[in-house]
Design a protein. Structure first.
Length: 205
């Protein structure tokens, strides 16, 4: 036991020495770091003190104030222009909607006018056809009347067929012409004169 004790004490002493050495090294490093930070702090203080001693020229301050005022004015101008742009966009949209409605109304009116025009053309065509029919029927009556007068004065039988020259003298304005470009057939005395146009005919007696 007495022989081991000195060794234990020696080991403890060596361990304590190592711990103290490491602690000393750590403190030395910490001290170096603190010194560096202290120097950096002093440099910053000196720089701050130097900045405090410097003064901004009055002209530069005036220019900065003017620039600030110009910036505020430009911001207000931009805001005003943005509002005007939004209003113009709304007005353009309203105008476009109104234009689309007007165009649609014009299209409807045009379609209505086209329909009415077609109806009027149909009515005009029907009136024209009726006028042509009436004129042709009147011509056929004149032909039949002239033919009957010719047969009566010349004592012709019912089966006799007169020529154009035979009945021309009994027609006030000469041989009539169909207004629809039809061709007339005088036919026999006992038959009605006819026209080549369909529908142009005297009613049966």
């Amino acid at each position: 036991m007495k022989t081991i004790l000195p060794w234990v004490i020696a080991v403890l002493a060596i361990g304590a020495t190592v711990i103290l050495f490491r602690s000393s090294q750590s403190k030395s490093l910490e001290l170096v770091r603190l010194q560096a930070e202290t120097q950096e702090l002093e440099a910053l203080r000196a720089e701050i003190a130097e900045l405090k001693t410097q003064q901004v020229p009055a002209a530069e301050i005036t220019q900065l104030r003017k620039d600030k005022e110009d910036l505020l004015r430009l911001r207000n101008e931009v805001g005003r222009l943005r509002n005007e742009s939004q209003q113009l966009a709304k007005q353009a949209q309203s105008a476009q909607s109104a234009l689309a409605g007007a165009q649609q109304q014009q299209v409807q009116q045009l379609q209505q006018l086209q329909t009415e025009n077609q109806q009027l053309r149909g009515v005009a065509l029907q009136v024209q056809q009726n006028e042509l029919l009436n004129a042709c029927v009147n011509n056929l009556r004149q032909l039949d009347g002239a033919k009957q007068q010719w047969a009566l004065e010349n004592q012709k039988p019912a089966e006799a067929i007169p020529t154009v020259q035979d009945i021309t003298a009994y027609l006030r304005d000469g041989m009539p012409v169909c207004p629809a470009a039809g061709n007339y057939s005088i036919n026999a005395v006992n038959a009605l004169p006819t026209c080549s146009v369909a529908g142009h005919a005297l009613p049966p007696q």
